[in-house]
Write a protein that binds this ligand. Structure first.
Ligand SMILES: [Ca+2]
Length: 300
C-alpha cells in the first residue's frame, strides 16, 4: 500500500512510494525540562514541557532510505538544484561552498560517496520536511526531540550536560571530534566523519545517535526561550539538535540534550541530517513501518 497521499508534495504525479523500511520507537507521554539554566543564553531560561506520546525513527534517516525516496519520487534536493553545499574547510575552520557536493557525495566530486548505513547529510530543512511528509510523517519539534533525548542519549542512558566527558574508560560514547579543532580530527572514536547509525549503541529508549554523528533538523523555527510565545518571522532559521562529528568538546558541546543549533532552512551542510516522527494517533498512515514499543511506562 503506497504511503503517499493527496497533497504529499514530491510524491504527486510520481511513481507510488514503496513503504519505508524504518523502525519506529514509541516515545511515551511525559513532562520534562527543556533548556538548561547553566547553558548558553539560547538555552535559558529552562522550562517544563509536557509531550503527548509520539513515534520517532529509531535512527537518523540513512543514505539508503533517502536513496529509496529519491528513486521512488525523482526528488531533487536543494543542494542538487543549487549546485553545491556546505563543508567545513579544516585548514581555515570556516564553512565553504563545495561545488556539486550533494547527499550522494557530501564533500563533492572526487571525495568518497556517502555510505548506505550512515545518516544522510547535505539535505536542507525543506528536503527533510519533504521526505517525512512523503511517508505520512513529519519532523519533530525541538521540544519533542529534547524530550526523547532526555530518555537517555547513550547506551547507558546518560543525558549530556555541560562538562560531561565523552570518553569513559577509553570508550567513546558518541561520534564527535577529537584532537585540535579544526585542524586535526584524530578519529579516536573510530570515525572522522559520519558513522553508521547505531554504531555507538542503543539508548534505553530504543533510539540511537541521539548525541553526536549529525545534527538533526527539527520542525521548529528558532526563537529565544525568552520570546517563545512570539511568532517567528516567516523566513526564520530552523533549529537542529544533537551535535555532530564536528563537535569538539573544547569548543562545542552540541551533543548535550539541551543544545540548540540554528541555520536557514535552505542550508545543506555535511553535518546535518534528520529523523522523522509521527503522532501516535496516525499509526494507520504508517503501514510498512516496524513499530517498536519500548519503555512505554518510562517515568522521566
Ligand atoms: Ca569522530
Amino acid at each position: 500500500m503506497p504511503l503517499a497521499h493527496a497533497g504529499s508534495g514530491p510524491a504527486r504525479s510520481q511513481p507510488a512510494l514503496q513503504p519505508r523500511a524504518a523502525d519506529l520507537v514509541w516515545v511515551p507521554a511525559g513532562t520534562v525540562q527543556i533548556g538548561d539554566n547553566a547553558g548558553p543564553p539560547e538555552e535559558r531560561p529552562s522550562f517544563r514541557f509536557t509531550s503527548p506520546a509520539f513515534l520517532m525513527d529509531r535512527t537518523p534517516v540513512t543514505v539508503q532510505q533517502f536513496a529509496a525516496f529519491v528513486r521512488d519520487t525523482g526528488y531533487r534536493t536543494d543542494a542538487e538544484r543549487d549546485g553545491g553545499a556546505g563543508v567545513l574547510d579544516q585548514t581555515q575552520g570556516a564553512w565553504v561552498l563545495a561545488d556539486r557536493a550533494t547527499w550522494r557525495r557530501p564533500r563533492g566530486p572526487g571525495t568518497p560517496a556517502a555510505r548506505d548505513s550512515h545518516p544522510v547529510t547535505q539535505v536542507s530543512w525543506f528536503d527533510a520536511t519533504a521526505f517525512c511528509r512523503a511517508y505520512g510523517a513529519r519532523l519533530p519539534t525541538e521540544f519533542e526531540w529534547e524530550r526523547a533525548a532526555r530518555l537517555g542519549q547513550t547506551a547507558d542512558g546518560h543525558v549530556f550536560t555541560i562538562g560531561d566527558p565523552i570518553e569513559l574508560s577509553h570508550h567513546y560514547r558518541l561520534n564527535a571530534w577529537q584532537g585540535v579543532f579544526p585542524l586535526l580530527d584524530t578519529g579516536a572514536d573510530g570515525y572522522r566523519g559520519t558513522s553508521p547509525v547505531g554504531a555507538f549503541g542503543t539508548a534505553p529508549s530504543g533510539l540511537t545517535d541521539m548525541a553526536g554523528n549529525v545534527w538533526e533538523w527539527t520542525a521548529s523555527s528558532y526563537v529565544p526561550y525568552t520570546a517563545r510565545d512570539q511568532t517567528p518571522a516567516g523566513e526564520s532559521e530552523r533549529v537542529s539538535r544533537g551535535g555532530s562529528f564536528l563537535c569538539s568538546p573544547s569548543f562545542c558541546e552540541g551533543y548535550r540534550a539541551s543544545a540548540r543549533n540554528h541555520t536557514s532552512p535552505d542550508t545543506a551542510l555535511e553535518n546535518i541530517g534528520f529523523r522523522c516522527v509521527a503522532d501516535a494517533a496516525h499509526l494507520s498512515a504508517l503501514t510498512g513501518h516496524v513499530i517498536t514499543q519500548v519503555h512505554k511506562d518510562h517515568a522521566p
